[in-house]
Design a protein around this ligand. Sequence first.
Ligand SMILES: NC(=O)c1ccc[n+]([C@@H]2O[C@H](COP(=O)([O-])OP(=O)(O)OC[C@H]3O[C@@H](n4cnc5c(N)ncnc54)[C@H](O)[C@@H]3O)[C@@H](O)[C@H]2O)c1
Length: 356
Amino acid sequence: MERGALSKIKSATKQLNIGIIGCGYWGPNLIRNFFSVQNCRVKRVSDLKSGRLDYIKKEFPSVETTKDYRELLKDKSLHAVVVATPVTTHREIAEEAMFLGKHVFVEKPLAFSSEEAEALVDTAKRLDKKLAVGHVFQFAPAVRKIKELLKKKVIGKVLHITSTRVNLGPPESEVDVIWDLGPHDFSIILHLLNETPWKVQATRNEYPFGPFNILKGRSKKKLTNDAHIDLSFKSGITAHIHLSWLSSNKMRLIQIFGTEGTLVYDEMLALDGKLKLYGAGVDSRIKSKDSDSGALGYHSGDIIIIPLEQHEPLRLECQEFVNAVLNDKPLINNGQIGLDVVKLLETSSESFNKNI
Ligand SMILES: NC(=O)c1ccc[n+]([C@@H]2O[C@H](COP(=O)([O-])OP(=O)(O)OC[C@H]3O[C@@H](n4cnc5c(N)ncnc54)[C@H](O)[C@@H]3O)[C@@H](O)[C@H]2O)c1
């Protein structure tokens, strides 16, 4: 971090002044949460559309608004900027912000290619700026608890992870289902395992039906709307991710299979049922009834509902960003994990179905 800038924030009120660029669907959630965290003032907001700015002005009258994000960046009293525009614009806006001395929080995915993401990580390092990426699930109570339980080896050695993230897709989108939903699963898995995969294989489909039939030919391009992605890690762990925009049954289900049990995280359930530990597991020391077959036996175990702390993940993510900048602390959702996620999105998108 630029030492002068940090000491200026510290010696003043220890308050972080921020600007938010992009207030379409997700931006207002960021504005609301940054408004609610300590030691932070949302001073300015920018969007290309005056309708969005009128809405923000009505909800948050103290905020100054502008259609020109460069005007916002010129404000020397802003210490940090949040970028919640479409991914194709992330690199340009975030880079300009850092060059003008701001710390940056960029919504997921960090950028539209690994080259762009790498450039942002390099710029942040060179200019000593904090670079956070909007991987909100790293702050979800269940994910934080799973990380703690895996560290304590509650399910023994992790063998395999499955993640199902399916819903009806947006009728119009700039990006496909991999770039829309994939950042969540990739960031969760990388965060939990602290490891990047050496192998990525994806099968993807561009079904011309599902929610997309309402486009009636208006779609500019064919988009992947269903994908299966397999990851292999050097540790021997494997993972399977199913992303889809074709399901009217919305699911957010992550299962982690270990040698001593299974953790099941269902984001669609209420907090007091979201995370369960199934204690039964495969046990090589127990002979199965059919011992000649060489099959493994199983040990039994309870099903335990794991209690979770109650907090809004986005609020915690915003508070952590503010704290990290004010106190020069590291971020768990930093540029490096943002870059690793973009590399996985890119590799998955480059994998083609291979028919024999
Ligand atoms: N963390 C999450 O769970 C989550 C959820 C949804 C979206 N997102 C991310 O948030 C970002 C925005 O997504 P969205 O769904 O809100 O998109 P959106 O299209 O609804 O909103 C984007 C807004 O940015 C504005 N904009 C575009 N270019 C601009 C510019 N140069 N200056 C100022 N404003 C500009 C547009 O006018 C629009 O209002 C994306 O990166 C997306 O992946 C994250």
